[in-house]
Design a protein around this ligand. Sequence first.
Ligand SMILES: Nc1nc2c(c(=O)[nH]1)N[C@H]1C(S)=C(S)[C@@H](COP(=O)(O)O)O[C@H]1N2
Ligand SMILES: [Mo]
Length: 307
Amino acid sequence: MIIPPRKLASSQDVTPETLFWNRRRLIRAAAAAGLVPLAERAQADALRLAGKANFAGDEELTPWKTVTGYNNFYEFGTGKEDPAERSAQFRPLPWTLTIDGEVHKPQTVDVGALLARPLEQRIYRFRCVEAWSMVVPWDGLPLRDLLKRAEPTAHARYVAFETVLRPEEMPGQRTGILDWPYREGLRLDEAMHELTFLALGVYGKPLPNQNGAPIRLVVPWKYGFKSIKSIVRIRLVREQPPTTWNMRAPREYGFYANVNPDVDHPRWSQKTERRLGDFFRRPTLPFNGYAEQVAGLYKGMDLRKQF
Ligand SMILES: Nc1nc2c(c(=O)[nH]1)N[C@H]1C(S)=C(S)[C@@H](COP(=O)(O)O)O[C@H]1N2
Ligand SMILES: [Mo]
């Protein structure tokens, strides 16, 4: 995400990202020359073969180092390397997640206990609104499994999510850069969709703090900011809930935030993206490549207006 002030006016060529890609190219060149082993590639291939449900076709996995070293998590700072560097003191366990609001059976979920159960493994494409993307092997469970337990009432139409508020452990929350706690929302049918996933792990390990430990959302057909991290509360509600980035800059970040190459961000094009690790950009696909599965949710809507 990008904060409106002019400092980062051109998002696609900010220096840290450029350096990052150059470093990846160097590593690859060194590997090709036989100077370093292709350990990252080998790890990715091993996981691909391990039988994860693959929702990314034959696309190469983004290496662990990138997935856990290049993050957006403003609670720990606005730089891409801040979350990995500044989250060590965060304590993700014990953790309880509340599910309440328009439900017949409010739930208090012990996330530690969830982690102890066998998890479903899925590989998803992930795309940030700033036009970079990754392919990530997550471990977790479909959100609908938890929502069904709570039995939504007939009045429930939306789902509101909230991140933990812990300024003592999250330096970003001691600043006014966003209106804390971070909030997100989905329509109930989006939340109940088969692809909508609560991640508890990545690359077969519990989530590192920088990726949203101990539990975060993954909505693969939407821009990354919808995938809220370190969730403590899920509330079923009647009206569309307020969401952090929509409140911060409503012209730039809509409630739906479906990946859409035809709707530009007011300050940059959304037509192409750069897969982290690649040199060339690639065309962005509608719904991040998941149109066949999810386009039906939006039948009859004008997606230019409801962006
Ligand atoms: N609580 C919280 N959740 C968040 C964010 C954040 O700043 N705070 N950033 C979002 C954005 S903009 C993106 S792109 C993804 C990044 O997820 P990743 O770091 O695991 O790739 O997290 C999303 N979830
Ligand atoms: Mo993002």
